[in-house]
Write a protein that binds this ligand. Structure first.
Ligand SMILES: Nc1ncnc2c1ncn2[C@@H]1O[C@H](COP(=O)(O)OP(=O)(O)OP(=O)(O)O)[C@@H](O)[C@H]1O
Ligand SMILES: [Mg+2]
Length: 253
């Protein structure tokens, strides 16, 4: 097996005397896709911020084998956080502006990303003219425009209706095939986690009552790729989704 893209060793984190995370160790393979599930308030976003290098853990280390935290990462949150006064193209271009990439190269990359996320023809639209799904596509394009090696998604489709969410999952797989990047995704949907990821990590604990959270289960999805919606009819899919649900129940919700 190749060297992991990222290794976290014994991560712990405390916010103002509140121990939120403890004993978290994990590996993510290069161009792998890991999903993290767990109850609300357990510490998923905190772990994501630590893996992204945005928050220094109180203890433990994060090692990146092929990349460093100096290299760009891509981030997408539940709400698209687009700038309403900028067009789609101007929103997507933002990370390039911040890193000093301008002119034709920037224009080319922005158009490439807009096409990749399926928004050809909408470059000059404003966020208010887009549906929720389209706005999340813009957020994805913005996260990918500077070719990050690590893409971190925090409930990126949480605000979308069920059908749009399903379509966005398929789109994400298509984009990930076209542009291999290592993905860490937080989601509340068991089916989404199993459908998209190579491995589902389950987090358990109750930080609010001084029981810090940890990763209690690592569940490989073992489903063939490329995947389409028919995968959700396979008995292997149901077995895996049941294993994740059982793991969450074992942790007590
Ligand atoms: N900046 C902060 N300062 C203090 N406490 C925090 C901070 N950020 C998070 N917490 C606390 O850490 C715990 C975990 O929060 P976190 O946002 O990581 O949970 P989560 O699993 O992402 O929840 P959700 O599914 O609702 O998004 C919560 O008890 C929260 O109150
Ligand atoms: Mg969160």
């Amino acid at each position: 097996m190749s060297q992991p893209f990222l290794t976290a060793v014994d991560i712990g984190h405390t916010f103002h005397n509140l121990p939120v995370l403890a004993n978290i160790s994990l590996e993510i393979q290069p161009a792998g896709f890991v999903a993290l599930v767990g109850p609300s308030g357990v510490g998923k976003s905190t772990l994501l911020r630590i893996l992204a290098g945005l928050l220094r853990p109180s203890s433990g280390q994060v090692h990146m084998t092929h990349a460093t935290h100096q290299q760009p990462i891509g981030l997408v949150f539940q709400r698209d956080n687009l700038m309403p006064w900028r067009t789609v193209a101007e929103n997507v271009r933002l990370p390039l502006e911040l890193s000093g990439v301008n002119g034709r190269e920037a224009q080319h990359r922005v158009q490439e990303m807009i096409d990749l996320v399926g928004l050809t023809g909408f470059a000059q639209s404003y966020p208010r003219q887009l549906s929720g799904g389209m706005a999340q596509r813009v957020a994805l394009a913005r996260a990918l425009v500077h070719k990050p090696s690590f893409l971190l998604l925090d409930e990126p489709f949480g605000a979308l209706d069920a059908l749009t969410r399903e379509r966005m999952g398929l789109e994400l797989l298509r984009i990930w095939r076209a542009m291999p990047v290592t993905v860490f995704m937080v989601t509340h949907s068991i089916n989404e986690a199993v459908f998209l990821a190579d491995e589902v990590m389950v987090m358990g604990g109750r930080p609010a009552t001084q029981q810090p959270a940890t990763i209690t289960h690592h569940i490989p999805t073992c489903l063939p790729r490329p995947r389409d919606l028919a995968v959700q009819g396979l008995s292997a899919f149901h077995k895996c989704a049941t294993a994740v649900r059982t793991a969450i129940e074992e942790n007590g919700v």
